[in-house]
Ligand binder design. Sequence first.
Ligand SMILES: Cc1cc2nc3c(=O)[nH]c(=O)nc-3n(C[C@H](O)[C@H](O)[C@H](O)COP(=O)(O)O)c2cc1C
Length: 349
Amino acid sequence: MNTYPLLRALLFRLEPETAHRFTFNLLDQAARTPWCGWAGRQVPDDPISLMGIELPNRVGLAAGLDKNGAHIDALACLGFGFIEIGTVTPRPQPGNPRPRLFRLPDAGALINRMGFNNEGMEALLANVAARRSRTPIGINIGKNFDTPNERAIDDYRLGLRQAHRLADYITVNISSPNTKNLRALQAADQFGPLLQALRQEKEQTDRENGRVVPVVVKIAPDLDEQAVRDVARLLADEGMDGVIATNTTIERTAVAGLPHAEEAGGLSGRPVRAASTAVIRQLRDALPRGFCIIGVGGIHSPEAAQEKIDAGADAVQLYTGFIYEGPELIGQISRALRDARHSASHQTE
Ligand SMILES: Cc1cc2nc3c(=O)[nH]c(=O)nc-3n(C[C@H](O)[C@H](O)[C@H](O)COP(=O)(O)O)c2cc1C
């Protein structure tokens, strides 16, 4: 029996950030009991190799839920195939004043303007080093809010260098709407130099640490087709390993008139599904064969996950769908993606 609807009814009576803390308290405690092994076994295996990383399944956790990597073991118990932590900035910062996270239940959506609240890279790395689980970890890096955009490259270089030793992959987040001018880094004149600097830093750090760590870039759903093509060309030209599509949207048409719809920030969940799938399709069209795409945005069902795969994604990530549908969604999606892959391979035999 799925008990999540009951738990959700309770959690949704709490202020969103209180519900977040309460849930992680519960999960952290449960992770130390035999429940952990049981929960993980509910997610069927669907292993793939993604950018050289061996994943037990193709359903990952998207960035932003565990900003400090403080709950990796609890999240790993739930059976995620990979866990992306962060966004982390070089120095700790408090983020925007509260309230900064809003539910739009009628739309299956959230609006957030958290503003990269996090305890900084040092604290995050200590948490990663102390974890017991072996689920692959992505570390999502950003810039401090008070680092001017002309010096953004310094924050990303530093983030890459520091995260390199412990990350299975590193995500460069230039698509959050909640740090002033951050998304301007996606424009070709700034994106090219940023990627060149990151490539240099990556190659040097790969050599120094004697291991190759894939670097992916996370982009917004609000780019037009030409901008997506420009991004794709630069990603491939500058030797990046993958792309995550997408972050939250600043579009509000789909939620117009609903309570909280006018709050500033990024909208996530069901209303972003179509836009994010469209960007994935455009990316797959423009990128070289084999270039890794991780699809995220509005995945609340196995069908929505399959839509991302059909559009060209190699793996998917969940955030808002996980909040609305609960942990059972991970197993449901993994099973559906595995079954679809099996039936496709039978048909081609
Ligand atoms: C409360 C909240 C905080 C988020 N924080 C981050 C973040 O720190 N870094 C990031 O790259 N994405 C962040 N995201 C974006 C998600 O990772 C994801 O890309 C987006 O929400 C679309 O997926 P979804 O519809 O499944 O939520 C955040 C999303 C939410 C709802």
